[in-house]
Write a protein that binds this ligand. Structure first.
Ligand SMILES: NC(=O)c1ccc[n+]([C@@H]2O[C@H](COP(=O)([O-])OP(=O)(O)OC[C@H]3O[C@@H](n4cnc5c(N)ncnc54)[C@H](OP(=O)(O)O)[C@@H]3O)[C@@H](O)[C@H]2O)c1
Length: 283
């Protein structure tokens, strides 16, 4: 029997993390999990600072949660549009005012667009590609110095790309088609594999989380169009949609000691739905 310990396998004690799109939805679920796992500083970024779904309320919630649980971690909000390279450059500078190293980068912010094929406005493709692909590439590129300053052979820094099961299947065509979203997520999957090979030697691993449906501002419209949450739950092999803890679990695995040697992989978090599409499964 080899002697090893699994003590602290899922702990993120003392870590510094940045979550894009951390003001709500999946990004906020991931940020919450990182905080609860003992991280020291969690930067969250999004475009809007104020309002019901802005960064400030999320930072407030996270810091109250930390205080209530007696945790040392704190959240810091920085508004930035991560589809724009100049804003990412500014974000790096702002982050450096607080921390010199970064352990975890969660590239989660994403945009979608749905509609019929031929009238697709070109701006919609540009918006989706700029955020879901170019933005992720630029985030990884511009934060590499801070990530490699922190990663070690025993404990590499982590980049997590939040993509979608739409990156490996064809979820919606027709009136509410999401073809360019799906193509952008396929690109995000492959971008992560390339980053895994480029950055592995610098003690940074890159992996992809591919969620199925999780109720959120981004997904709720499509969930309604497809018949509502109850109907989608009946279709899912696990008979439910995703919940915050599902994102928490996979985030902690990939970001902690437990996921140390996983690099260039993607994990679908969809209850198996991606395998069960089409009528045949109902025959
Ligand atoms: N929910 C699902 O069912 C589902 C399924 C598969 C994949 N995903 C993926 O999961 C990720 C998060 O989605 P979600 O459902 O949590 O969406 P959401 O609730 O709409 O949240 C999106 C987050 O991204 C931020 N954001 C949007 N554009 C941005 C930009 N240009 N720069 C910086 N931040 C930006 C938003 O804040 P601001 O608007 O203030 O910028 C918000 O914090 C996306 O990549 C999405 O494709 C979601």
């Amino acid at each position: 029997m080899s002697g090893f310990s699994i003590d602290g396998f899922f702990s993120l004690e003392g870590k510094v993390a940045l979550v894009t799109g951390g003001s709500r939805g999946l990004g906020l679920h991931a940020a919450t999990a990182i905080l609860l796992a003992g991280a020291k500083t969690i930067f969250i970024t999004a475009r809007k600072a104020d309002g019901e779904q802005g960064i400030d309320q999320a930072v407030d919630r996270l810091n109250k949660l930390a205080a209530g649980k007696g945790l040392k971690g704190r959240a810091i909000g920085i508004a930035a549009n991560v589809a724009q390279v100049e804003d990412i450059e500014r974000l790096v500078k702002e982050v450096k005012k607080h921390e010199s190293r970064l352990d975890i980068l969660i590239a989660n912010a994403g945009a979608t667009w749905g509609g019929p094929f031929e009238p697709t406005p070109d701006w919609s493709s540009q918006k989706v590609l700029d955020l879901n692909v170019r933005g992720v590439f630029n985030l990884a590129r511009l934060f590499t110095q801070m990530l490699s300053a922190s990663g070690t052979p025993q404990d590499p820094s982590r980049i997590i790309v939040v993509s979608s099961t739409a990156g490996t299947n064809v979820p919606h065509v027709g009136d509410h088609g999401t073809i360019m979203y799906s193509a952008s997520k396929a690109a995000a999957h492959h971008l992560a594999r390339n980053l895994a090979v480029e950055l592995g030697p610098r003690n940074i691993t890159t992996n992809t989380i591919a969620p199925g449906f999780f109720p959120s501002k981004l997904a709720n419209g499509l969930i309604e169009i497809l018949g509502g949450q109850d109907e989608l739950e009946r279709d899912n092999p696990r008979q439910r949609l995703g919940v915050p803890e599902d994102i928490a679990g996979v985030t902690l695995f990939l970001c902690s000691k437990a996921g140390n040697y996983v690099n260039g992989e993607y994990i679908s978090v969809d209850g198996g739905q991606r395998l069960a599409s089409g009528r045949q499964t109902k025959l």
